[in-house]
Design a protein. Structure first.
Lengths: 404, 292
C-alpha cells in the first residue's frame, strides 16, 4: 500500500514536471515597491493591481499559463530592496521585477537582476542612468526618465522666460540626476542656475529651503523631488508667498496622485511632464475606470501604474512569442526589444537597444478649480512631444549596449 | 557669516523656532505621560496624526472649521486616549516599561495601517483658516501669519501646561501620585481616574499639535511616524519626564535643526540624533533630568 502510494506520487510528480521541461508556462511577477511611504500612492499597491490586470488582459491564463503576481515593500532602502530581489530570484523563482520607484533602489535592483539574469521592467524610477551608463541587457525602462522631464518641462519653462533657476533637490540618485539633466537643458538654452539646496528624502518642512530659494532671487524655483516631498514643497511655497515675490515653481516631476492630494486650489497653474493621463482617449478612460473601481480609495492610475500595466502586458507578449518561459532574462528582454510595443495606454512604440521604451510625452498644466468638472479632472494638455524627440538620442547615450 | 547674510540667518532662526514649537508641544505630551504614568507612549505620533485627520473629518463631514477643530479634535482624540488607558494601559501598571512601549508601538502601527488603507499615503489637503492666510514682510523674510500664530499659540499652551503641573494643587497631587500612589489614595484622591485623565490630557496635546500641523503639511497617515522618532530624541535630550526640559529642548533643537538646514542641509535629518548621542555620553539623565 505504502509503496503504491509513493509510486503514484512519483508518477504524478513526473507527469507534472514533464511539460515543464518541454514548455514551461509558469511566470512569477514581483512588484518591488514603496508600499507604505511617500511614493506608495504613485506606485505601491496600485502597481500590483496594474500588473494583475495586465495578466488578466493578456488572456494567457485561458491558454494554460500559470501567472502569479506578488508584491513587497522596499522601504526606499537600496539594501532592503537588493535583499528582497535576491530572495525573490534565488528562493521564490520570481522571473521579473516591475515598477520600483526610487532611483537609488532601482539602480541596485538593476544590478542584481543582471547578476541573476532575470528581467527588470522599471516604471517608477526616474534616473536616466538606468538606460545610460547603468544600462543592462536585462533592464527595460518604461514610463519616463529625468532626461525627458528636463527636456520637456525644463525647456518649456526656459523658453517662456524663466532663465534663472534655484533647485530644491532630493538628496539621492534621483534628485541628483534630475537636477543634472535639467541644469544641462537650462544652460544649453541660455539660462543659468543661481543656487541649489539638497534636502534629505522624506522631509516634512521645506520652509528653510524655500527661504533660501527666495533670497536667491531666481525667477524659477525648480523642484527636483517627488511624491510627498513635492506636495509639501508646493504647499509651503504657496504659504510662504513665493508667487507674490514674482517667483514661479517648476515641479519637474508631478503625478496625478500629488495633484489630487494638493487640491486644485494649491496646484493650479503648475506645468509638468507626464507620459500618461487617464483622460486622454477612449482606451485610457476604459482602463482607468476599471482600475479605480478596484482601488480602495477609488484613485485613477498614475503614469507609473499605467507603465507597470503596459510593461507587464508587453513582457507577457514576448513570452508568448517565445512559446514558453525560458527563465532567461536577457533572452526575454531581447524579444521584448524585437517586438514593437502596442498597448491601450501608451499606443504604439518600441524598446530601444539601451532598454529605453519610446513613446510620446505630454506637457500638462493643472486646471483651475473652475475648469475642473469633478474629482480627477485635473489636467490640460499644453503640448505633445513626439516619441522620437521625447527621449535621449542614442547618439548621446553612455550605455555600453549602444554600438557607435 | 560663513557666506550667509545675517538677515538670512535671522530668518532661518525664526523658522527653527516655529518647527521647534511642534517638537515642544509633542515632547511635552510625552513628558507628561512618562512623568506621571511611567509609560513610554510610542502611539504619540499616531495620535498626533489622528488629531490632524480629526480636523479634516470635522471639516468635511460636520462643517466644523479650523477654530472649532482646535477645541474639538483634542477633546475627541483625548477621549480615544482615555479609552486606550482604561481598556489596555491600566493593566500594565507596575510592569516593566517595555510592555507599555510595545503595546503603544503596536497601537501606532495599527492606527497608521488603518488610515493608510483607507486614505492612501499622499494625504489630504487642509487649508489655512482665512483669518490667518497671507503674511508679513519682516524685511529679512516673509513670515506667513499662520506660522506666527503656531509659535505664539504653542508657547502659550506649553507654559500653561507647565504651570498646571508644577505650580497648582492639582499638579501637586499628580506629582505625589507618581511618587507614592498608595499614600495619595489614602488621602482620598481617586488615583486611577487621575491617571486616566492625565493620559487623556497628554494625548490631547498630541492631537492639538496635529491640528496645528494640518494646514502646514499634508494630512498624511505617516505624518506622526516621521516625527515621533525626532520627538523622542528631544525628550531624551531634555531628560525623560522633565516638563520644562522638554519645552526648552523642543525649541532649542528646532533652532539647531534650522541652522543645519542653512549650513549643511544634507544632515538636517540627523543632527538631532548626533546631539542626543553627545548628551547621553556626557549627561545620561538628559539636560534637565534628575539622575535616577
Amino acid at each position: 500500500m505504502k509503496h503504491r502510494l509513493i509510486a503514484s506520487i512519483a508518477a504524478l510528480a513526473l507527469a507534472a514536471a514533464a511539460p515543464a521541461l518541454a514548455q514551461d508556462k509558469t511566470v512569477k511577477i514581483g512588484n518591488l515597491n514603496d508600499m507604505s511611504s511617500l511614493y506608495a500612492d504613485l506606485g505601491g499597491p496600485g502597481s500590483t493591481l496594474a500588473a494583475q490586470m495586465a495578466v488578466e488582459d493578456s488572456g494567457l491564463t485561458a491558454k494554460g499559463w500559470k501567472i502569479e503576481v506578488v508584491g513587497a515593500d522596499h522601504q526606499n532602502k537600496p539594501d532592503v530592496a537588493s535583499n528582497i530581489a535576491r530572495q525573490w530570484y534565488d528562493v521564490d523563482n520570481v522571473d521579473v521585477i516591475i515598477d520600483t520607484p526610487n532611483s537609488g533602489v532601482a539602480l541596485a535592483v538593476a544590478a542584481v537582476t543582471k547578476d541573476k539574469n532575470r528581467v527588470f521592467i522599471n516604471s517608477g524610477a526616474a534616473s536616466s542612468d538606468l538606460t545610460g551608463k547603468a544600462c543592462t541587457p536585462n533592464t527595460v525602462h518604461w514610463t519616463y526618465d529625468t532626461y525627458t522631464l528636463a527636456n520637456t518641462t525644463g525647456k518649456a519653462v526656459v523658453k517662456a522666460g524663466g532663465d534663472s533657476w534655484f533647485f530644491i533637490t532630493a538628496d539621492y540618485a534621483f534628485g541628483h540626476a534630475l537636477e543634472r539633466d535639467t541644469e544641462a537643458v537650462i544652460t544649453a538654452n541660455g539660462g543659468k542656475v543661481l543656487g541649489k539646496v539638497r534636502h534629505p528624502l522624506n522631509t516634512s518642512d521645506f520652509s528653510s529651503f524655500l527661504l533660501q530659494a527666495q533670497s536667491s532671487k531666481a525667477k524659477i524655483v525648480g523642484l527636483a523631488n517627488a511624491g510627498g516631498d513635492t506636495t509639501n514643497s508646493i504647499k509651503q511655497a504657496s504659504e510662504f508667498g513665493l508667487a507674490s515675490g514674482g517667483q514661479k515653481l517648476a515641479a519637474l516631476l508631478l503625478f496625478i496622485s500629488d495633484v489630487h492630494a494638493l487640491g486644485l486650489n494649491v496646484a493650479q497653474g503648475l506645468t509638468f511632464t507626464e507620459s500618461f493621463y487617464w483622460d486622454m482617449n477612449e482606451q485610457t478612460r476604459a482602463f482607468s475606470d476599471r482600475f479605480s473601481k478596484r482601488m480602495k480609495n477609488g484613485a485613477k492610475p498614475t503614469m507609473v501604474q499605467a507603465g507597470a500595466y503596459a510593461g507587464v502586458l508587453h513582457y507577457l507578449k514576448a513570452l508568448e512569442a517565445l512559446g514558453g518561459n525560458p527563465h532567461d532574462g536577457a533572452k526575454v528582454v531581447a524579444k521584448m526589444k524585437e517586438i514593437p510595443t502596442d498597448d491601450p495606454l501608451f499606443g504604439k512604440g518600441e524598446i530601444r537597444v539601451d532598454g529605453r521604451k519610446i513613446h510620446p510625452v505630454y506637457l500638462f498644466e493643472v486646471k483651475k478649480p473652475s475648469e475642473s468638472k469633478g474629482p480627477w479632472d485635473y489636467y490640460k494638455l499644453i503640448a505633445t512631444v513626439p516619441a522620437n524627440e521625447a527621449f535621449r538620442p542614442l547618439a548621446q547615450s553612455e550605455c555600453p549596449l549602444v554600438k557607435k | 557669516m560663513f557666506g550667509v547674510s545675517t538677515q538670512a540667518l535671522f530668518g532661518q532662526l525664526l523658522l527653527g523656532l516655529i518647527n521647534g514649537s511642534f517638537y515642544a508641544l509633542l515632547s511635552l505630551g510625552l513628558a507628561v505621560i512618562f512623568g506621571m504614568l511611567n509609560i513610554i507612549n510610542f502611539a504619540h505620533g499616531a495620535l498626533y496624526m489622528m488629531g490632524a485627520f480629526c480636523a479634516y473629518f470635522l471639516l468635511q463631514w460636520a462643517g466644523v472649521g479650523y477654530w472649532g477643530a482646535l477645541v474639538l479634535a483634542p477633546l475627541i482624540i483625548g477621549l480615544v486616549g482615555v479609552l486606550i488607558e482604561r481598556t489596555m494601559l491600566q493593566w500594565l501598571t507596575g510592569l516593566d516599561h517595555l510592555y507599555g512601549l510595545l503595546l503603544t508601538f503596536g497601537l501606532a502601527l495599527i492606527f497608521q495601517g488603518l488610515f493608510q488603507n483607507y486614505f492612501g499615503s499622499s494625504g489630504l489637503p487642509y487649508a489655512i483658516p482665512p483669518q490667518l492666510t497671507g503674511g508679513q514682510n519682516l524685511g529679512f523674510m516673509f513670515l506667513p501669519n499662520y506660522r506666527a500664530w503656531v509659535v505664539v499659540f504653542s508657547l502659550a499652551v506649553c507654559l500653561v501646561t507647565w504651570f498646571v503641573i508644577e505650580r497648582t494643587k492639582l499638579g501637586a497631587y499628580l506629582r505625589a501620585a507618581t511618587e507614592n500612589p498608595t499614600l495619595v489614595r489614602a488621602m482620598g484622591v481617586n488615583v486611577p481616574r487621575m491617571i486616566t485623565l492625565t493620559y487623556g490630557a497628554g494625548v490631547a496635546l498630541a492631537a492639538l499639535a496635529g491640528v496645528l500641523a494640518a494646514p502646514i503639511n499634508q494630512v498624511r497617515p505617516l505624518m506622526g511616524a516621521d516625527l515621533i522618532i525626532v520627538v523622542f530624541a528631544v525628550v531624551v535630550i531634555g531628560g525623560m519626564g522633565s516638563i520644562m526640559g522638554s519645552i526648552v529642548t523642543g525649541f532649542a533643537l528646532g533652532l539647531v535643526e534650522g541652522l543645519t538646514k542653512v549650513f549643511y542641509p544634507e544632515a538636517s535629518n540627523t543632527v538631532i540624533f548626533v546631539i542626543m548621542t553627545i548628551v547621553l555620553l556626557i549627561k545620561p539623565a538628559g539636560l534637565f533630568g534628575r539622575a535616577a
